[in-house]
Design a protein around this ligand. Structure first.
Ligand code: ADP
Ligand code: ADP
Length: 225
């Protein structure tokens, strides 16, 4: 079942007299539970694509459909709510709250939505990511890899429709990076979570179910790994 689909997605950035065609008629679809890597060099349009998929920025034209809903038909407020409840973001910067411990950071988005965490589900995520013995620590007492695992747990804990990870290991050394992407894959599989990973790292991309290549704002191919 298709959970995420773009149709003729275009994004043109205009600065005065110059304009950049960052995305040029991007058509792609992602199946429920699939782990897809979007690979391309710097400036190819990866971040722009991720921002469109997550409703962070509106396209110039074209549509993004998530779980059957055309997200850009939503007004700004509804789009913000969609993003908060239905999309899990993982960025290069971990964006953890420094005064909250690991557990509090993980359940914070759930609580901000006025909900109570599903403790059993959250605990399974914590275990899968190997964070059981770190729950009382503050982010400053963790390594970079551990902090990113907390950010992944936080992204999955809300049971989002899609998880979008934008170069999540950009601040980590290569061994830690490979481990973190491996754990992202394992956790996604275990919880049937649909994941789109943006990366320029070929080794990380090889861990995905499918690689989508992007160049100059165009999709080159969606070869099965
Ligand atoms: P990637 O993530 O693959 O490095 P980006 O999506 O960041 O690529 O950028 C795609 C193209 O769009 C690049 O040419 C970049 O310079 C341009 N671009 C990205 N964001 C903006 C912006 N806010 N204003 C103008 N140009 C932008
Ligand atoms: P990176 O660590 O890859 O540089 P950032 O964490 O700085 O990524 O975020 C990338 C962009 O997305 C920034 O412009 C940031 O302001 C924006 N952003 C991140 N999270 C949200 C959100 N929940 N709502 C709106 N914009 C967001």
């Amino acid at each position: 079942m298709t959970i995420l689909k773009t149709m003729n997605l275009k994004k043109i950035y205009t600065n005065g007299a110059t304009s950049v065609h960052a995305l040029n008629n991007v058509n792609l679809s992602v199946e429920r539970g699939e782990f897809v890597a979007v690979v391309g060099t710097s400036g190819s349009g990866k971040s722009t694509l991720l921002h469109m998929l997550g409703g962070l920025d509106r396209p110039t034209s074209g549509t993004v459909t998530v779980d059957g809903k055309d997200i850009f038909s939503l007004k700004e407020e509804a789009l913000t709510i969609f993003r908060r409840r239905k999309v899990g973001f993982v960025f290069q910067s971990f964006n953890l709250v420094p005064i909250l411990n690991v557990y509090e950071n993980i359940v914070l988005p759930i609580q901000l939505d006025g909900n109570k965490p599903d403790k059993s589900y959250v605990n399974q995520i914590i275990q899968t990511l190997g964070l059981d013995d770190k729950l009382q620590r503050l982010p400053s007492q963790l390594s970079g890899g551990q902090q990113q695992r907390v950010a992944i747990a936080r992204a999955l804990a809300t049971k989002p429709i899609i998880v979008l990870a934008d170069e999540p290991t950009g601040n980590l050394d290569s061994k830690t990076s490979q481990d973190v992407i491996g754990l992202l894959k394992v956790t996604g599989e275990k919880f049937s979570q649909t994941i789109v990973l943006i990366t320029h790292n070929e080794e990380h991309a090889q861990l995905a179910d499918r690689i989508i290549r992007i160049e100059d704002g165009k999709i080159l191919g969606g070869d099965r790994v």
